[in-house]
Design a protein around this ligand. Structure first.
Ligand SMILES: NC(=O)C1=CN([C@@H]2O[C@H](COP(=O)(O)OP(=O)(O)OC[C@H]3O[C@@H](n4cnc5c(N)ncnc54)[C@H](OP(=O)(O)O)[C@@H]3O)[C@@H](O)[C@H]2O)[C@H](O)CC1
Ligand SMILES: [K+]
Length: 505
């Protein structure tokens, strides 16, 4: 699903009008028809509150549509001065059709009392400053009425900034928001969840393929994830699904390596090998399918030569969870990223997480070695270390900072958090799955294991990160329907079933 904001709405509008030659009034009509589809047939009494821009125009067009279905419709017109052209056209039609239109704020309370459903088209993507005066008063009244009326917002609850989700002074609290063409970036702001209600994204007669060159940002949906699927050949063998090398876990943190390995195996990698302390025997017990490459941490140099063969033999290397920041960990990390091509002549892909990111932050010249072949999966604090931006600055400007960073270092960045962001600097995915019940130790390790497995199975880096993040969150979303806390082990046991559901449903 396309992800957009205020500017992109104008860009899409302009393209549809100027290039596709769809008159703007037709787009508005399509928006109104799509909107009305979601209104309960049994509802009868509607109050439609309209501003003077195209959001209000949508409101008048929706009023016409409902009126023509025989519904009882009343309109509250906030202003009929300086209306946009299309708003004016629909306002005039409503007047000509004899729909009752009210103008005085004193009449509003009675209008609320008489209706069952409020539809508000005060501001959409054109909101450009703090809301004051009469607009503030009207929104307050809508929110008071919303206790016992169903409130629908057209495109965006009036008062929410479509780009940032910021509340511009005051906002309508919608029960249902029916938005057009794009999932608005502002909806990703977790602080306004209660203002959005149920979100529905509707078409206005534009096929996604005819406009998707205009924007390269997406909100991940099940359909998108399904479309990424690479079918398995009947005659394939384990070599086709990737040789994955994992450097994760160290004394005290063996669990991290075990979780990465088990997630990787369960996601379907062909062969999984874990570089681990020679004294770690837990791997074989926890993940019997994985192989180990034992390391003597007391004499690291003796291992590095043998390790070279292992590197040359791999398709993808995941590095980081639980490795610590010791000198030995650094030497192994440096070795693992020092070879770019494997024995088959293919680029060895890298997934860098946790301490690998911290080591990278402190040794920035290593960025040169990871270009064009890596996914970095920081959480907010790790990303702050990598970029030098404060966590507040990142939160306020996630899209721009992540894109710039990915572009600068030519890597895929996956910034974990609510609506995890994945970007290569051009294209961007915002994840739609996941919940707070999965916020506990080992989750990130599990995600690393899923992603390196997908890369091994020849999914490209963006798609591996996208599928991985979606799958990881989706499993947790399903599990919280029947349990309160979701741990990495729960995710691991459900990976395969969830992949099946996503790819085959
Ligand atoms: N491609 C699509 O998705 C389509 C969407 N449509 C709908 O159009 C709106 C956007 O319409 P637009 O006219 O650009 O903007 P709005 O209607 O949201 O608002 C503009 C008017 O609001 C005034 N304004 C803005 N901020 C304030 C404020 N704080 N206080 C008071 N008034 C404000 C603004 O006045 P100015 O004087 O500042 O110009 C405008 O009068 C989109 O959201 C969809 O609903 C199309 O129907 C089809 C295509
Ligand atoms: K609105």
């Amino acid at each position: 699903m396309l992800l957009g904001g205020n500017k992109t709405t104008r860009k899409i509008d302009n393209f549809a009008i100027n290039n596709l030659k769809i008159p703007s009034i037709v787009l508005m009509e399509n928006a109104a028809i799509s909107f009305v589809k979601h209104i309960d047939e049994n509802e009868d009494n509607f109050l439609i509150i309209c501003g003077k821009g195209n959001n209000g125009g949508d409101g008048y067009a929706i009023a016409r549509q409902l009126f023509s279905k025989g519904k009882n419709v009343k309109i509250f017109c906030i202003s009929n001065e300086n209306m946009s052209n299309d708003c004016m056209i629909n306002y005039e039609i409503c007047k000509n059709m004899g729909i009752e239109i009210f103008y005085k704020i004193e009449e509003l309370d009675k209008l609320f009392f008489e209706c069952n459903v409020v539809i508000e088209g005060i501001f959409g993507t054109g909101l450009n400053s703090e809301i004051k005066g009469i607009y503030q008063e009207i929104i307050q009244k809508i929110n008071t009425a919303s206790n016992n009326k169903k409130v629908y917002s057209i495109d965006i609850p009036s008062g929410i900034n479509g780009d940032t989700g910021e509340i511009m002074g005051i906002s309508v609290k919608a029960d249902i928001t029916i938005s057009f063409v794009t999932y608005k970036k502002g909806f990703l702001n977790s602080k306004i969840k209660d203002f959005l209600g149920k979100i529905i994204i509707e078409n206005i007669g534009l096929n996604e393929t005819s406009i998707n060159h205009l924007l390269k940002e997406y909100y991940l949906t099940p359909d998108m994830i399904k479309s990424f699927r690479i079918k398995r050949n009947e005659d394939s063998h384990k070599g086709d699904f990737g040789k994955v090398l994992i450097f994760a876990g160290s004394s005290g943190f063996y669990g991290a390596g075990n979780i990465v390995a088990k997630s990787c195996v369960r996601t379907g990698a062909g062969l999984t090998t874990v570089i681990t302390d020679k004294n770690n025997f837990s791997l074989n017990v926890f993940v019997p399918e994985a192989m180990s490459f034992p390391i003597n941490f007391d004499n690291i140099n003796e291992n590095l030569e043998k390790l070279e063969n292992e590197i040359l033999n791999s398709d993808v290397i995941a590095i980081g969870p639980g490795i610590g920041k010791s000198e030995q960990a650094f030497l192994i990390f440096e070795k693992l990223i020092s070879i770019k091509k494997n024995n088959k002549g293919n680029t060895i892909k890298l997934i860098l997480d946790a301490d690998a990111l911290n080591l990278l932050s402190e040794n920035r010249k290593l960025f040169e070695k990871i270009r064009n072949r890596s996914i970095l999966t920081p959480h907010l604090v790790e990303f702050s270390r990598l970029t030098g931006f404060s966590t507040d600055e990142i939160n306020k400007n996630r899209f721009e900072i992540t894109k710039n960073f990915a572009k600068k270092y030519e890597i895929i960045l996956l910034l974990k958090g609510k609506n995890t962001i994945i970007t290569n600097g051009e294209e961007l995915f915002a994840n739609s799955t996941g919940n707070s019940h999965m916020a506990n130790g080992g989750m990130g390790d599990c995600l690393t294991g899923i992603i390196c497995s997908l890369v091994g199975q020849k999914y490209d880096l963006m798609k591996s990160a996208g599928i991985g993040a979606y799958l990881h969150g989706k499993i947790a979303d399903e599990l919280v329907k029947k349990q309160y806390i979701v741990n990495a082990s729960h995710i691991i046991e459900n990976i395969s079933e969830c992949i099946l559901n996503i790819f085959q449903n």
